[in-house]
Ligand binder design. Structure first.
Ligand SMILES: [Zn+2]
Ligand SMILES: [Zn+2]
Length: 141
């Protein structure tokens, strides 16, 4: 396991954060929102233990895209880096983009969700990870 706290930042460095507890799980999200906001085929992201993420610098630079339904998407207003998404009803429920961490986050993606919407230009890799056409069912732990 990597040493805690885990640290991370946006591309320009205005926003810095730390995570004080081990990440709960990680997965790839292939939904069209994640494709748009990251410009990639899928967003690898990790769920944090509730209350374990703290913004250490640049809180004022963080903006949120708030869709009508679903998780809010937070990003750095200076450089546009996608940082994390959060439950609009419980701001302690957060999934951080794995690429935002400075070092090894200590978890590996273990599933793929929203694969029904996967980008046509990048085939799903044959990596043996469970695939969920829609959101990963909560019953899977
Ligand atoms: Zn930035
Ligand atoms: Zn998504």
């Amino acid at each position: 396991m990597p040493e805690l706290p885990l640290t991370g930042a946006c591309l320009c460095g205005a926003v810095r954060f730390e995570v004080s507890e081990p990440l709960l799980r990680a997965g790839y999200c292939h939904c069209t929102r994640c494709q748009r906001r990251t410009g990639t085929a899928a967003s690898p992201q990790a769920r944090v233990a509730p209350g374990s993420l703290r913004v250490t610098e640049g809180e004022a630079e963080i903006r949120a895209h708030v869709p009508e339904r679903g998780f809010e998407k937070l990003f750095c207003s200076r450089c546009g880096s996608a940082l994390w998404s959060r439950d609009p009803d419980d701001h302690d429920v957060l999934s951080v983009r794995l690429g935002a961490f400075d070092g090894d986050p200590g978890v590996r993606p273990s599933y793929r969700q929203f694969t029904a919407y996967a980008a046509p230009w990048e085939p799903l890799p044959d990596d043996g990870l469970p695939r969920y056409p829609e959101r990963r069912p909560p019953s899977t732990g």
